[in-house]
Design a protein around this ligand. Structure first.
Ligand code: UDX
Ligand code: ADP
Length: 463
């Protein structure tokens, strides 16, 4: 089966970069990314590719190369579905905020809408690919909708989870550790799997393309994220113990990371993990386990989230305690708001929760982040519904310059590990602050000795 036309529903953090790379690497395939959100599509079509809606190193260049050649961004969802042989579903699957499974299960309403739209429009056989992270057995639900409401055409459903991390999306897509494709073990299923394998084989070595049954593929994605998040909660749990015992968590991480069975990655203690995936996927896993009555399994994984919430709260408590048990009307400057460096994404960022805690203590928060806009920060806080929109505006001041943000502050808190923070003139910052000048390094990126020699009171994580 020769693939010449692909469509992707959802022009978000997953759909946009993934399709840009497929288009770049497969000039013979026409790739159309569609979204209901007109502004988002307009931004993807901005003549200046520096203004595309997602910031990822290297992405603007790829979009500049492929856009208009074989990469298109459009709001004409039905036309794109009709023309494509392969349809990727890359829409958002947030945690449910209502009804059964509220706060835990994945909300599949956007997925279902996509399936219904595909069923309505398709006049020829199609391969439908789940790209969004989904609960196990979602493919079955999609298949049921397609087969029962469609025009009698044949659909093959594949699961092809995306493992890219934000900030390194382009390199992860260009050099993936593996590509995972799950599909039916029927002859038609095999044909569909091979068609997708051949797309990736344009730039990925075939040894790295794994094929499995659909359920293994769906569960592997949840498992990978659960394991990664678990490592962070494990080292963060140790960071608290280190603070009590005089051990240094960086030294502990290095010592255990040199054990080749453990390995050095994902052992960086921090103010807590954020991002759109870890919490959502673990909650989803917990919900699925509970659904099957596997309460011990559910409790085991839930502890990863409980530890992460504790780590965020512990950080804000430490700021309050250190500042003589009151931060009321004190200016506390946040360096960073994104959930990690090199991205403008703020979903579930620890900064949001730490700010919320400190505003409850009547602190005045100033923020500088190189990539996150003022509106985004305010809407993140408003989303928590802790206080009125106006009160959030009064409590949060956003600066375009880090030195201005730090001026006259009582304390600085590093929430994101942006490289530029390590290159600042810390002597100059010290001079502009109230004394004693405190630094709470939620990412352990600053040079503690150097800061202390300047005169700062430095508090890292886990030492
Ligand atoms: C994650 C997975 O890595 C990716 O495979 C999946 O497709 C989506 O979810 P992402 O959320 O983009 O990717 O970022 P990741 O680099 O995994 O970081 C997640 C959070 O953990 C960030 O807040 C990061 O700062 C934090 N983190 C990561 C730590 O606190 N310590 C570490 O050692 C590593
Ligand atoms: P992710 O991180 O999973 O990519 P995003 O929220 O960044 O999630 O992107 C998902 C995109 O999917 C959004 O831009 C949203 O507008 C789009 N979307 C959701 N449902 C539909 C639909 N039925 N048709 C087209 N686009 C959709």
């Amino acid at each position: 089966m020769e693939i010449t036309k692909i469509c992707c529903i959802g022009a978000g953090y997953v759909g946009g970069p993934t399709m840009a790379v497929i288009a770049q690497k497969c000039p013979h395939i026409q790739v159309t990314v569609v979204d209901l959100n007109e502004q988002r599509i307009k931004d993807w079509n901005d003549p200046n590719t520096d203004n595309i809606p997602i910031y990822e190193p290297g992405l603007a260049e790829i979009v500049a190369e492929a856009r208009g050649r074989n990469l298109f961004f459009s709001t004409e969802v039905e036309k794109a579905i009709d023309e494509a042989q392969i349809i990727f579903i890359s829409v958002n699957t947030p945690t449910k905020t209502y009804g059964k499974g509220k706060g835990m299960a994945a909300d599949l309403k956007y997925i279902e809408l996509c399936a219904r739209q595909i069923a309505k429009v398709a006049k020829q056989n199609k391969i439908v690919v789940e790209k969004s992270t989904l609960p196990v057995r979602t493919a079955e639900a999609i298949k049921s909708i397609l087969d029962n409401t469609g025009n009698g055409v044949q659909f093959q459903i594949l699961s092809n989870p995306e493992f890219l991390a934000e900030g390194t999306a382009v390199t992860d897509l260009l050099n993936p550790d593996r590509i995972l494709i799950g599909g039916d073990t029927t002859p038609e299923g095999e044909i569909a799997i091979n068609a997708l394998v051949n797309v990736y084989a344009n730039w990925v070595n075939r040894d790295k393309i794994l094929t499995t049954n659909v359920w293994s593929s769906e569960l592997s994605k949840l498992t990978a994220n659960a394991f990664l998040a678990q490592r962070i909660s494990s080292i963060n749990a140790m960071s608290e113990l280190c603070e009590k015992t005089g051990a240094d968590v960086n030294e502990v991480a290095k010592a255990i990371g040199m054990d080749s069975r453990i390995g050095p990655k994902f052992l960086k203690a921090s103010v807590g993990f954020g991002g759109s995936c870890f919490q959502k996927d673990i909650l989803n896993l917990v919900y699925i386990a509970k659904t099957y009555g596997l309460n011990e399994v559910a409790d085991y994984w839930e502890q990863v989230i409980i530890m992460n919430d504790h780590q965020k709260r512990r950080f804000s408590n430490k700021i309050v305690q250190t500042l003589y048990n009151t931060v009321a009307d004190k200016k506390i400057t946040f360096l960073g708001w994104a959930f990690k460096k090199d991205t403008n994404d703020t979903r579930e960022s620890a900064a949001i929760y730490v700010a919320d805690d400190l505003i409850n203590e009547q602190a005045k928060i100033s923020v500088y982040d190189p990539k996150v806009s003022r509106n985004k920060m305010l809407s993140d806080l408003d989303y928590l519904e802790t206080r009125s929109v106006q009160e959030n505006i009064n409590s949060l001041t956003i600066f375009n310059d880090a030195y201005d943000a730090c001026k006259d502050s009582h304390a600085i808190a590093v929430l994101t590990e942006w490289d530029e923070f390590t290159t600042y003139d810390w002597q100059k910052i010290y001079q502009s602050m109230h004394k004693p000048a405190f630094v709470f390094d939620g990412r352990n990126i600053l040079d503690a000795k150097k800061l202390e020699s300047i005169g700062f009171v430095y508090k890292g994580i886990g030492s």
